[in-house]
Write a protein that binds this ligand. Structure first.
Ligand code: C5P
Length: 225
C-alpha cells in the first residue's frame, strides 16, 4: 500500500495531538507536531530577550534557529523539541509560551521558514502532520485532511487536565479566556489563518474518545491507500 500524508488541523485543545500521535503509531507513520516549531521560536525569543513586538528581529531569529523534532519515547509523551541542540520539550508547554506563540506565528517570515521545513518533512509521505494550516498551506495535496473541533469549554477542560498532570495548576476560567483569545487570533490573521480546507473532513470530537476518532480516520486511510 501507498504511504499517505494526513493533515490534522483545528483549534487549541480539540484533541489533535493525541489523535495524530495515536494515528501515526497505528500506521507506522511519522508524527509531526508543527505547533511545537512555532512554540520553539517563541521560547527562543524569550530565552534571548528578543523584543517580541518587533517582527524583523523575530524573523531574523527564526531564520537562524536550528529546530529539531524527535519522536517521544512512549505513548503519552509527545514530540521532543530541540533548539540549537538544547532540549526544550517541557519549557514550550507553558501557558505563557502558548500565548506568545500565537502573535509570533502571524509574522510572515516566521511562517515561510517553518512551512518550508514542514514541507520537506512531509515530502516523502507516511506522515501525520498536525497544526492550523496543514491542509490549506503546508500540504494542500494531503491524501486525508481532518479539521478537528470541539466546544471551547471542552477544549479548556482538556488543557486544564493536561497541565494539571504536569503539576501546573491553572484556573479553568483563565484557560478558557486564553484559548478563546488564541483561536480568535489564529483564525483572523492575514497569513494562513486557521480554517478548514474545502476538502477536509470536519469532525466535532466532543461525542467521541480519541480512539474513536483515530478509528474513523483509519477507515478513510484504508479507503485511500
Ligand atoms: O498546536 P499548538 O497549540 O502547539 O500551537 C501553538 C500555536 O502555534 C497556535 O496557537 C498557533 O498560533 C501556532 N501554529 C500555527 N500554525 C501551525 C501550528 C501552530 O500558527 N501549523
Amino acid at each position: 500500500p501507498r504511504l499517505l500524508t494526513i493533515a490534522i488541523d483545528g483549534p487549541a485543545g480539540a484533541g489533535k495531538s493525541t489523535v495524530a500521535r495515536h494515528l501515526a503509531q497505528r500506521l507506522g507513520y511519522t508524527y509531526i507536531d508543527t505547533g511545537a516549531m512555532y512554540r520553539a521560536v517563541a521560547w527562543a525569543a524569550l530565552d534571548r530577550g528578543a523584543p517580541t513586538d518587533d517582527p524583523e528581529t523575530i524573523s531574523a531569529l527564526a531564520e537562524g534557529l536550528d529546530i529539531h523534532l524527535e519522536p517521544g519515547d512512549s505513548d503519552d509523551r509527545g514530540t521532543r523539541v530541540f533548539v540549537d541542540g538544547r532540549e526544550i520539550t517541557d519549557e514550550i508547554r507553558t501557558p505563557e509560551i502558548s500565548s506568545l506563540t500565537s502573535p509570533l506565528s502571524a509574522i510572515p517570515a516566521v511562517r515561510r521558514r517553518l512551512v518550508a521545513l514542514q514541507q520537506r518533512l512531509g515530502a516523502l509521505g507516511g506522515v501525520v502532520m498536525e497544526g492550523r494550516d496543514i491542509g490549506t498551506v503546508v500540504l494542500p495535496d494531503a491524501d486525508i485532511k481532518v479539521f478537528l473541533t470541539a466546544t471551547a469549554h471542552r477544549r479548556a477542560e482538556r488543557r486544564r487536565a493536561e497541565l494539571a498532570e504536569r503539576g501546573l495548576e491553572v484556573s479553568f476560567d483563565e484557560l478558557l479566556g486564553q484559548i478563546e483569545e488564541r483561536d480568535q487570533r489564529d483564525a483572523s490573521r492575514d497569513v494562513s489563518p486557521m480554517v478548514a480546507a474545502s476538502d477536509a473532513h470536519v469532525l466535532d470530537s466532543d461525542p467521541y474518545t480519541a480512539d474513536e476518532v483515530v478509528d474513523r480516520i483509519l477507515i478513510w486511510h484504508d479507503e485511500a491507500s
